[in-house]
Write a new protein. Structure first.
Length: 280
């Protein structure tokens, strides 16, 4: 399977600290070695970096670290291939235009027998189940709305599409149009919201710590989403199984989850991945 990383915040912020821990899982502290990608929204534009090599020792990842790009919405992905060969065309995050804005998507999971009809507006370039799901979501939203609806209406339209895809297997994903960020968990997905008073954070996968109080203002708020927590001394929250959440300005503004909520341990989540043929 794969791992996801997302950031949504209320002021342009660099993701170097989180990305440094995350990228090490692509070949050093974990075995997600079939490529990586990271995309940054900057106003109406995006910066998108892909490599079909492991992120832990990728020169492209080194460039991202050195660049220290600031963004309000970022999506990153390290890949362990379960559908589609290792190639740049199959490397997440995927990007398309809709309603005059870029949309970005990354998926962690495995979908079985998911073969939607060929779309009128959106078609795949590679051959992954992930890109098929992304194109299906955009196709259905584009058919329904001529222009971007409001956030609540968009959330309400997206939720049943997510449930339909979820019926085909594991569907953890992050999706953003640069204004809001959606996160959905089938199995394992966590998040943390950093805001004043800020403190020190230390990575799990590297001997690196940062004192956020020295690099932020009291008004900053940053939400970080990851398959598994990235730091050892902070309290991360877990999304419930089949929970869909929408972030704006570093906070969850809407969420939908089954009641009572169900949470998997890391061991249970990894076992489910292996059971459907996805190594995690």
């Amino acid at each position: 399977m794969c791992q996801l990383l997302g950031m949504n915040c209320n002021t342009p912020t660099d993701i170097v600290f989180s990305f440094e821990g995350f990228r090490r899982r692509g070949g050093l502290t974990d075995h997600h070695v079939d490529g990586f990608g990271i995309g940054f929204f900057e106003q109406k534009g995006i910066r998108l970096f892909h490599d079909d090599k492991p992120s832990a020792n990728s020169p492209v990842a080194d460039l991202v670290k050195a660049y220290q790009i600031k963004s309000e919405n970022v999506i990153a992905h390290i890949r362990k291939a379960t559908s589609g060969r290792t190639s740049l065309a199959n490397t997440h995050p995927f990007v398309r235009e809709m309603w005059g804005s870029y949309w970005m998507f990354a998926h962690n999971g495995h979908l079985q027998n998911f073969a939607p009809a060929r779309g009128r507006y959106y078609r795949t370039v590679g051959n992954t189940d992930s890109e098929r799901a992304f194109c299906f979501i955009l196709e259905e939203l584009r058919r329904r709305f001529d222009d971007r609806p409001g956030d609540d209406e968009l959330f309400a339209a997206l939720a049943p599409l997510v449930r339909e895809i979820r019926s085909h297997g594991l569907f953890n994903f992050i999706l953003s149009d640069g204004q809001v960020m959606f996160a959905h968990a089938s199995t394992l997905l966590h998040y943390i919201v950093r805001q004043a008073p800020f403190g020190e954070a230390r990575l799990l996968d590297d001997d690196i710590a940062v004192d956020f109080s020295a690099v932020t203002t009291p008004n900053d708020r940053v939400a970080v989403i990851a398959t598994l927590p990235l730091t050892e001394n902070e309290t991360w929250r877990q999304f419930a199984c089949d929970e869909l959440a929408m972030f704006r300005d570093g906070a969850i503004v809407r969420r939908e989850r089954p009641e009572p909520p169900r949470y998997l341990t890391a061991e249970e989540g990894l076992a489910l991945a292996r059971a459907v043929g996805a190594s995690a």
